[in-house]
Design a protein around this ligand. Structure first.
Ligand SMILES: Cc1cc2nc3c(=O)[nH]c(=O)nc-3n(C[C@H](O)[C@H](O)[C@H](O)COP(=O)(O)OP(=O)(O)OC[C@H]3O[C@@H](n4cnc5c(N)ncnc54)[C@H](O)[C@@H]3O)c2cc1C
Ligand SMILES: NC(=O)c1ccc[n+]([C@@H]2O[C@H](COP(=O)([O-])OP(=O)(O)OC[C@H]3O[C@@H](n4cnc5c(N)ncnc54)[C@H](OP(=O)(O)O)[C@@H]3O)[C@@H](O)[C@H]2O)c1
Length: 445
């Protein structure tokens, strides 16, 4: 029987575990599976940790989510086709749940699939290499401080790419008298109540952390973009200015001449695709983009077809795209699907990357990733899901954000699997300070 290693038990790792479970239910023979996760529990980023920096073993903490994080896209766009929100919660719930609620949903499916038995927790993969025939994986059981070196036929890298922060330095940081942190280490906006906060970046972390600081009572929030401003209609107390030039004591001086006294700076400057444990010839090297290079159908390593990467794209689509990827990888591993010639693989990658290069705005990017996900779905037996409705939802969501960035989470969407229309949440996101699952679920909708 072939041996498969899965590195990571976040949403992507759980998708491939689920895909094997589904095949097994259909009576298909599945390989011997070992899944490694360096955390002590599953769920990846959704497994919230109060920790920043190192864990108790001295290893870096992968978690980047914060206490009051709510879904930033409609849940209907990420719903699993084979495990709906209705099935999990037994009733319709609003479209933008807090983190804890989505975590519960992810784990609900994982528990039902009985896949925990495959996962070695607290076990970090420290080396992946290939000798032309098979893979060697070195791992370390962090609890017992023991090392293992094992052989595998296939490796699936599902380690995520929003865990290792990219941290630039600006002039004056060393002498800045306030607090400087990366969004990776941001846990709780309460800390910034009454403070003047600078947020650097212009993507989702910048947007949401700036809004968190506003919601939880920062005195002012000044966002410094580098290339393109987000351009939302920010409420009074928030503004967007052009790029930090330098800090002079506690004064931030921006390229457009704007100045602002600051108590804290949050660097929302993104993450690195960082795989120090993978040997160079197998290592994905990319920035955060919709079609990383050298990955056929976004998942098969071009130079070694026994190696797969899941979820390495920049993400509009998430959980059901991870599923489509996982189902396809599973079919390749069990030889249910086959690959075209090297020339065709190369041509296919080039075509997708050329299309990606022409994208001009978020709506086109959404369309691109929808097409990509549809392409994968067309090749596998993933259950029916209305990707056109999801495309439309994402477009509407973009427009809602443009209309009112403080209100977009109060909208309702319909399921692309069941058709269920989400009820409106009882409290506007801006006023909802208690985002526990208990409060969220205890309400009659
Ligand atoms: C702040 C933030 C908020 C987000 N909010 C949303 C949202 O609202 N909705 C949404 O759909 N998506 C959101 N995302 C996107 C997120 O990327 C996905 O939802 C999802 O977590 C990706 O799953 P993954 O399995 O690829 O990676 P991860 O969730 O990062 O899981 C990777 C797993 O691999 C393990 N691992 C890493 N390296 C090793 C190693 N060497 N050995 C062993 N194990 C290892 C880690 O411990 C981790 O458990 C958010 C991302 C961030 C950073
Ligand atoms: N649920 C939620 O509410 C929530 C909240 C936060 C994050 N997320 C998710 O987290 C993921 C990561 O998002 P992200 O925003 O952290 O990363 P990202 O999307 O990769 O964006 C990185 C940002 O950093 C900026 N940047 C890089 N270097 C910089 C520098 N030297 N100075 C100033 N700006 C710099 C980039 O600006 P340029 O464009 O100029 O290069 C870009 O705006 C996404 O999937 C997102 O959906 C979700």
């Amino acid at each position: 029987m072939s041996k498969v290693a899965i590195i990571g038990s976040g949403p992507c790792g759980l998708s491939i575990l689920r895909s094997f479970h589904q095949a097994e239910l259909k009576g298909e023979k599945i390989p011997e599976i070992t899944c490694f996760d360096k955390q002590s529990d599953w769920g990846g980023l959704w497994n919230y940790s109060w920790r920043t920096g190192s864990d108790q073993y001295g290893d870096t903490v992968p978690n980047s989510m914060y206490r009051y994080l709510w879904s930033n896209g409609p849940k209907e766009c990420l719903e699993f086709a084979d495990y709906t929100f209705d099935e999990h919660f037994g009733k319709a719930i609003p479209s933008f749940p807090p983190r804890e609620v989505l975590y519960d949903y992810i784990l609900g499916r994982a528990k039902k699939s009985d896949v925990k038995k495959y996962i070695r927790f607290d076990t970090i993969v420290t080396s992946v290499s290939h000798n032309g025939k098979e893979f060697s994986i070195k791992s370390k059981d962090k609890k017992n401080n023991s090392l293992l070196n094992e052989k595998f036929d296939n490796v699936v890298v599902a380690t995520g790419h929003f865990s290792i922060p990219f941290i630039p330095e600006y002039e004056g940081m060393k002498s800045f008298p306030g607090r400087i942190l990366h969004s990776h280490d941001f846990r709780d906006a309460e800390e910034f109540r009454g403070k003047n906060v600078i947020v650097l970046g212009s993507s989702y972390s910048a947007e949401d952390i700036a809004l968190q600081c506003y919601k939880y009572g920062a005195s002012s929030v000044t966002i410094g973009y580098r290339n393109n401003p987000m351009g939302f209609k920010w409420p009074s107390g928030m503004k967007e200015v052009h790029y930090l030039d330098r800090l002079e004591g506690k004064k931030a001086v921006f390229k457009d001449g704007h100045t602002q006294d600051a108590d804290a700076i949050v660097l929302c400057t993104g993450y690195l695709h960082h795989f120090p444990f993978i040997e160079d010839k197998l290592k994905l090297e990319t920035n955060n983009r919709l079609y990383p290079p050298k990955l056929y159908k976004g998942v098969v390593w071009q130079d070694n077809h026994s190696l797969f990467y899941l979820g390495m794209q920049d993400q509009f689509h998430t959980f059901n795209m991870f599923d489509a990827q996982a189902w396809y990888v599973r079919d390749l591993i069990v030889n249910k699907a086959s690959l075209p010639t090297d020339a065709e693989i190369s041509e296919d990658i080039s075509q997708w990357m050329a299309k990606e290069g022409k994208l001009e705005d978020p709506l086109q990017m959404i369309d691109f990733q929808t097409e990509y996900t549809k392409d994968l779905c067309s090749m596998v037996d993933y259950p029916e899901i209305d990707m056109e409705l999801i495309r439309k939802h994402f477009h509407d969501w973009e427009h809602h954000k443009e209309d009112d960035i403080l209100q977009y989470r109060n909208k309702s969407f319909s399921s692309a699997v069941t058709g269920t229309v989400a009820p409106l949440h009882h409290t506007n996101w801006l006023d909802a300070m208690d985002d526990s699952m208990e409060t969220f679920m205890n309400t009659k909708f």
